[in-house]
Design a protein around this ligand. Structure first.
Ligand code: HEC
Ligand code: HEC
Length: 389
């Protein structure tokens, strides 16, 4: 019933490659690793339908669960078990299929957000540093950006495609948080927690439900959730909603003019000479594009400390030199923001930490491979520690 290819595709379609990596590296039919005093399991993630995996420290990552894994060799994972497929293949559909009962308030959502999401997604979902913004979709101005078209006006800003402005349905949000977040330990949130977080997402995006503001005291549940109408609900075509969805979609594709065909009457599908002869095609000359503006805002506006001691831009140097390895657990480096991880590192005393950072240790290259002075490196180490308390 399940062939290998199907399994891999099914897992890949669940979420990102990053998730595939962490899910794909679970030990087959695992007996979860024993916990020691230093690594106390805090939560249990039920990724494999039957087997519960411990979250140790801050991860359900490959370290503790997959005993094949080791920093020195690439581990491409393995075929997921049938149980895992069942556990991951759980959609939440716009019509409520797959959406469980439960409830959570904006206030609770904010608390969970502060504890489990803010280190990557920034205050109030600001995003930045490569992490998607979860807010900013509320402002009317941003709604309007969806009609911006660089094709027509190369000078214009592109559309801002975030949850509040772009996503047509909220069910994707519920599903995404439950199945994929927090990134290093997905599948650890309870249904009530997911309701609370979704409520908080609606709050920071100023989305109303049935005309009612989703304020701090608002308690979201399944019934109210199904009444959400996202601002961009009707911005996609063809319309895939309602009992006639399939029929509507077929009808849409019956008319080639809807999806790019000769604009003649009647419209005909075409594979060559589709463009009318009179149209002048402007070629972009080599070097014609001097600057590439990505369509999504990637402006970093995390309210991090503006570190610029001694004319040395700590934040920028951190981002360029240290962040690539210290941002997620994949490398075995203590993750900036991971209190427990850094507490372990710091236990040996600051001078030891500076020494290891200066001279390198295991996967940590001397000075992280950066061309900085010893004093500058110490500023970078301090910055990481300050942000991991
Ligand atoms: C370790 C960093 C990290 C943490 C912690 C984290 N996320 Fe994420 N999140 C990401 C990354 C990276 C992506 C983009 C994933 C991708 O595109 O494959 C993402 C994507 C998302 C998205 C989709 C956004 C979009 O527009 O596509 C949502 C929603 C989200 N996260 C919510 C949360 C919530 C809620 C929490 C806390 C429970 C959380 N995240 C914790 C790293 C993190
Ligand atoms: C190529 C990946 C990589 C880069 C780049 C990198 N690190 Fe690391 N770092 C690691 C790894 C892996 C460890 C864990 C080493 C161990 O203890 O096994 C680590 C550990 C550390 C530690 C803890 C040392 C200890 O005493 O345990 C500090 C501090 C540190 N890095 C600072 C930095 C700074 C500052 C930068 C940027 C200038 C940086 N790192 C860049 C991979 C990296």
């Amino acid at each position: 019933m399940f062939n290998t290819n199907y399994k891999l595709i099914a897992t890949a379609s669940v979420l990102s490659i990053a998730t595939l990596f962490s899910a794909g590296c679970m030990d087959d039919g695992a007996t979860p690793t024993k916990t020691t005093k230093a690594n106390t399991a805090t939560t249990i993630a039920s990724i494999d339908g039957g087997v519960k995996y411990p979250v140790i420290g801050d991860k359900t990552g490959p370290y503790y669960v997959n005993n094949q894994s080791n920093m020195m060799k690439i581990n491409n994972g393995r075929v997921p078990t049938a149980n895992e497929l069942v556990a991951w293949d759980k959609d939440v559909m716009p019509d409520g299929t797959g959406l469980p009962e439960g409830s959570g308030s904006v206030e609770d959502g904010e608390e969970i957000y502060e504890a489990q999401c803010v280190m990557c997604h920034g205050d109030f979902g600001s995003g930045g540093g490569g992490y998607p913004s979860l807010s900013k979709g509320n402002a009317d101005e941003l709604q309007k950006t969806l009609t911006n078209n660089r094709w027509k006006d190369p000078e214009a800003d592109g559309p801002t495609r975030v949850f509040g402005s772009y996503w047509p349905v909220a069910s994707t949000m519920w599903w995404y948080i439950r199945d994929g977040m927090p990134h290093t330990k997905s599948k650890t949130l309870s249904n009530d927690e997911v309701y609370a977080l979704t409520a908080y997402m609606l709050n920071i995006n100023e989305i109303t439900i049935d005309g009612e503001e989703v304020d701090d005291e608002y308690v979201l549940n399944r019934e109210k959730f199904l009444k959400i109408k996202m601002p961009n609900r009707d911005g996609f075509e063809p319309n895939i909603d309602g009992p006639n969805a399939l029929k509507d979609v077929r009808k849409y594709y019956e008319n080639p003019a809807n999806f790019g065909a000769k604009k003649v009457n009647p419209a005909t599908r075409c594979m060559k000479d589709c463009q009318e002869k009179s149209v002048v095609v402007t070629r972009v000359e080599n070097g014609g594009i001097s600057e590439f503006l990505p369509p999504m805002s990637v402006v970093r506006d995390l309210p991090k400390k503006e570190a610029s001691d001694m004319g040395f831009n700590v934040l920028k140097n951190y981002e360029d030199n240290c962040m690539p390895c210290h941002v997620a657990d994949g490398m075995g480096a203590p993750v900036t923001g991971d209190k427990e991880g850094w507490a372990e590192v710091l236990a040996k005393g600051m001078s030891g930490v500076y020494k290891n950072a200066l001279e390198g240790i295991n996967g940590m290259p001397a000075k992280g491979g950066a061309s900085v002075s010893d004093d500058e490196l110490k500023l970078l180490v301090d910055y990481m520690i300050d942000n991991s308390k």
